[in-house]
Design a protein around this ligand. Structure first.
Ligand code: ATP
Length: 367
């Protein structure tokens, strides 16, 4: 099973420029999470901070008992081996063929024989659909293939956590669909914890178990996919619908006068360029038939059902609608009409103005 990653109160600035502050979230073991946010909100900085390539000013990021922010160099080196990272451009060595690129971490970090290296490299190239392309140079293959080669290389040390920085950037919608399917299939095969940074609305809607969103130098929300997909938090709604109207402006935040102007234009019938509003829980991508089931699905159901009463009604409905009859028995639920549609637990704290609600950015059940 993949490792849990617990981020608490993490803040990062460069000189006097704060990037984000007080980020708290838990990546549940073996689940797939997506981090969204307008350009420049510090998503890549967040990924780099998680593996200790950048040093946050405050807070902690704990993996397997080690706080990446404060541990020794030696400990950091060892803990980093738990991570496989797919950088935005694939970060392949241009002068090495795909075989040598993928073999590189094994030759650098292990004492495996070339025969063992060969077995692993060919297996990972096969998993990522690159069998037969071993001799190609990165410059000779398509962007989608380069991403998959970067992913194959991220897999060779059997990571417990995979971080993917915009795996879809520069890809057409079909190649993006393939890479989405590949990530879900990999999760089914190796049960790793996965965090994907993306701008792609389809990826965000269909791939992850959990979604988070960075905006205004804060983590606006992080929680089960059903919470964000049904959220009426303006920034989340605007982003998931790719709309001009809303708090996100051309270069980050809009002022209230501009927002009021846009609202007035919309009320007068001006179309803002988005497709029809899409809201609600769409089906999640499943592993390709023939692959094992994702083990994270059962763990997630148990976890989400344990915080169900703290979630907003629409999210609860989305979650309970996806339960099978067997699940309903397991969680002691009756028919569809009995669950999910009622008001949120009156005892649960209500969402504060930043859009967080109980159970939303506190994903993990009490430890
Ligand atoms: N090493 C660095 N030194 C100084 N500033 C940096 C450094 N790395 C990133 N930044 C700044 O941090 C901010 C966030 O950058 P980052 O690349 O993390 O954004 P992002 O959300 O990933 O953007 P995009 O979606 O466009 O990739 C930017 O203003 C960037 O200029």
């Amino acid at each position: 099973m993949g490792a849990e990653v617990v981020v608490e109160g993490l803040s990062k600035s460069f000189g006097r420029q704060p990037i984000w502050r007080d980020v708290t979230l838990t990546l549940p073991p073996g689940e797939v999470s997506v981090l969204l946010g307008p350009s420049g909100t510090g998503k890549s900085v967040f990924l780099k901070s998680m593996i200790g390539l950048l040093k946050p000013d405050k807070g902690s990021c704990t993996v397997d008992g080690t706080d990446i922010v404060r541990c020794s160099e030696r400990r950091l080196y060892d803990t980093r081996k738990l991570f496989g990272v797919l950088f935005q451009d694939g970060a392949l060595f241009g002068s090495m063929n795909l075989y040598d690129n993928v073999a590189f971490p094994l030759r650098e970090h292990t004492k495996k024989s070339e025969t063992e290296v060969r077995g692993i490299v060919l297996e990972k190239l096969d998993m990522t659909g690159l069998s037969g392309a071993e001799d190609k140079l990165p410059g000779e293959i398509s962007g989608g293939m380069r991403k998959r080669a970067g992913l194959a290389r991220a897999l060779v040390l059997d990571p417990e956590i995979i971080l993917c920085d915009e795996p879809d950037s520069g890809l057409d919608p079909v190649r993006t669909a393939y890479i989405s399917q590949l990530l879900v299939d990999l999760n089914a095969q190796i049960d790793a914890t996965i965090l994907i940074v993306t701008h792609n609305i389809n990826v965000a809607r269909t791939v992850p178990d959990n979604i988070g969103m960075l905006f205004r130098k804060e983590l606006v929300m992080f929680g089960p996919r059903e919470v964000l997909l049904t959220s009426d938090e303006p920034v989340v709604e605007q982003f998931l619908n790719g709309r001009v109207r809303g708090p996100i402006g051309m270069s980050e935040e809009k002022d209230s006068a501009q927002m009021a102007l846009e609202e007035a234009r919309a009320a007068a019938g001006h179309h803002d360029g988005s497709v029809d509003d899409v809201r609600g829980v769409v089906p999640q991508l499943q592993p390709t038939p023939g692959l094992p089931e994702r083990r994270g699905v059962r763990r997630r159901k148990d976890r989400v059902m344990s915080i169900l009463h703290t979630l907003p009604p629409e999210a609860r409905r989305g979650i309970t609608d996806s339960l099978t009859d067997e699940d309903r028995l397991r969680y002691g639920l009756g028919g569809h009409a009995d669950v999910g549609a009622g008001p949120a637990d009156p005892a649960a704290p209500t969402a504060p103005s930043n859009g967080r609600a109980a159970g939303i950015d506190a994903l993990a059940p009490p430890r």
